[in-house]
Design a protein around this ligand. Structure first.
Ligand code: TMP
Ligand code: ASP
Length: 240
């Protein structure tokens, strides 16, 4: 891959798990992954040793893999152990969740039995707004609030379905079930929709195929122990 040398400049944005910096190149940013972990709208706080590095490297690998299937992403290159160079996107404040197996908030909301394999993947939209607890919205809300137009939503759904199909088999080959995950999209320089943010055990649920063991942030959310070990194991499998 072409090596792109940039320098870290001013901090542009700091979230709960990542910091984004400007570079001397207007179009390129540096996305740094923190070891900080939060859950339940930031009410639960902690640190997971080496999470920043694991998530950066896992995300980089998955973005590169998706690009090979013609899914445009913001990933440019790795920058350091826990940071990557990304293209600047105008982010759409909508979290796109894809589900293959019922668990988490789906079970709480609809009473489906935990662990039920879904006959059809479910796509959901949530407004990215912690103060409002990321309320679930539909396509009409997204359009009416001016976050994206109908063509963009169509494309986002197409990409989300493709990402799901590609990553399900990627993880299955590595003995993991891709239970569900969250995506965020944005617009690049020419307005083209691209996948942004991250894909990591912070934003996916991954279950070991044989044992059903949880290998993701649910270990932190639910105090299951062996949190760092789970991130390390996903990292090992993703690079195997
Ligand atoms: P949920 O079952 O809690 O709605 O989560 C669905 C998926 O989205 C799961 O893989 C975890 C991920 N997720 C995030 O990445 N960020 C969030 O803030 C939440 C609530 C979920
Ligand atoms: N990232 C979210 C938070 O801090 C929720 C989660 O991932 O569970 O609160």
């Amino acid at each position: 891959m072409k090596e792109i040398k940039v320098k870290k400049k001013k901090k542009l944005y700091e979230g709960k798990a990542k910091i984004v910096y400007e570079t001397e190149n207007e179009e390129l940013l540096i996305q740094e992954f923190k070891d900080d972990a939060t859950a339940f709208d930031g009410k639960k706080k902690g640190k997971i040793k080496e999470k920043g590095a694991f998530n950066n490297q896992i995300s980089g690998r998955l973005f590169t893999f998706l690009e090979s299937y013609h899914v445009p992403t913001h990933f440019v290159s790795q920058f350091s152990a826990n940071a990557m160079v990304i293209k600047r996107l105008e982010m759409i404040p909508v979290e796109v969740v894809m589900r293959n197996v019922a668990t988490g908030s789906l079970v709480k909301r609809y009473g489906v039995k935990d662990g039920t394999e879904l006959d059809h993947p479910i796509i959901e939209f949530y407004l990215k707004d912690d103060a409002k607890h990321d309320p679930m919205i539909n396509e009409d809300h997204v359009i009416a609030f001016g976050h994206a137009d109908a063509d963009e939503i169509k494309l986002i759904k197409r990409y989300a379905q493709k990402i799901n199909a590609v990553l399900q088999s990627f993880f299955f080959r590595r003995d993991m079930v891709l239970v569900d995950f969250k995506l965020e999209f944005g617009r690049g320089k020419s307005g083209k929709i691209k996948l942004g943010d991250e894909i990591s055990p912070d934003t996916c649920r991954l279950w070991d195929v044989q044992s059903g063991e949880k290998l993701d942030k649910d270990r932190f959310r639910q105090d299951l122990g062996k949190v760092e070990e789970a991130y390390r194991e996903v990292h090992r499998r993703v690079f195997s």
